[in-house]
Design a protein around this ligand. Structure first.
Ligand SMILES: [Zn+2]
Length: 343
């Protein structure tokens, strides 16, 4: 029986920091060998100088508005597209399926009310959204996106920009998506829309709520069912606006109450970096997320199941103020190239 190929690293993130780590390279990914001895480590085929983490994921991007080619070079291993034509999103996913470029998950076209957001937005050409007038419309749109490979359904509930569904139709859309095995991500904007989305069963919000301050009771109950994709930096891109402050305060309390925050930038929406956005990471730290919570927000899949991992050459910074800068130096390495890269 041939022994597994072993790879060591100075440090890794597997449900927390491991300290010096030894992994077996398996056909499925990296298997941590906690019991590895010094002699096992000496036999390793390669040593990764620095830190290995699951591939960094941006949970909210628009591939139709950016060139994804530089993403992997700029530290992003996986993106979740939350608004594009379904066919183009599926093609982008196909392009990323070779384990080399950025991995793509997608929602396909956004479902919205008749005449609802983002219909008629200059950045959202026809095909980026789908008007849904009843449950039959919803069922056919959801089935089409599921067939195309969507992992989620994005719904728009933006009462500032146009009409929104009734509670009855909203609940029906969410039920149909769940019945198809797809999670629901809601763009909720305007008074009361976050509460409506969460009550209807949305699994995630595409943006941390920025319309209004939510009270702690609401935050506590939504923390059990609904993750928030951060997108704090879209509010001013570094010039922090009133909406930024509302969203930051909501994220701080939501996170403190146990709510799950996911790193997402809305890449493509305004002047955002095509790669890791350090301002977004700084904002998460400013919202009180501990370094481990920031890393959890950035990662998506356990290290053991990743085909691409993030590698940071330097040691973990001791000063929290340096965390975003440090995370911003990550590169993406395919697991099946770890051995040749670091031999
Ligand atoms: Zn967006």
């Amino acid at each position: 029986m041939s022994a597994a190929v072993l790879v060591t690293a100075d440090e890794a993130w597997v449900d927390g920091w491991t300290g010096p780590a030894t992994f077996a390279l398996t056909p499925h990914g990296l298997e941590l060998r906690r019991e590895a001895s010094a002699s096992d480590r000496a036999k390793a085929a390669a040593h990764v100088p620095g830190v290995l983490l699951p591939g960094f994921t941006d949970h909210h991007v628009h591939l139709g508005l950016v060139d994804p080619a530089p993403l992997a070079g700029n530290g992003i291993a996986r993106v979740v597209d939350l608004g594009f034509t379904t066919a183009e999103a599926a093609a982008a996913r196909e392009n990323g399926a070779d384990g080399r470029g950025v991995e793509v998950e997608f929602a396909g076209a956004m479902l919205t009310a008749l005449g609802g957001y983002p219909i008629d937005r200059p950045w959202a050409p026809p095909g980026w959204s789908r008007e849904v007038a009843n449950e039959a419309d919803a069922a056919s749109a959801i089935s089409e996106m599921r067939t195309a490979g969507a992992s989620r359904i994005k719904i728009a509930l933006n009462s500032v920009a146009g009409p929104v569904w009734s509670d009855g139709l909203l609940g029906g859309v969410v039920r149909l998506a769940h019945a198809a095995g797809l999670r629901v991500v809601a763009h909720a904007e305007g008074q009361g829309q976050v509460a409506r989305a969460v009550r209807a069963g949305a699994d995630a919000l595409a943006h941390a709520p920025f319309t209004e301050r939510l009270d702690d009771d609401d935050l506590r109950s939504m923390s059990e069912t609904c993750a928030w994709i951060s997108t704090l930096d879209i509010h001013g891109w570094g010039e922090r606006t009133a909406a930024f402050e509302i969203a930051l305060d909501n994220v701080a309390r939501f996170s403190a109450l146990g709510g799950r925050v996911l790193y997402g930038t809305d890449m493509g929406n305004g002047p955002l970096p095509v790669g890791i956005n350090r301002r977004e990471l700084d904002a998460l730290s400013d919202a009180g997320l501990a370094p481990g919570a920031v890393i959890s927000a950035l990662t998506h899949t356990p290290l053991a199941r990743e085909t691409r991992v993030s590698w940071i050459p330097g040691a973990i910074p001791t000063d929290r103020a340096d965390l975003a800068r440090w995370l911003g130096t990550a590169s993406v390495v395919a697991v099946d190239r770890l051995e040749e890269t670091f031999a």
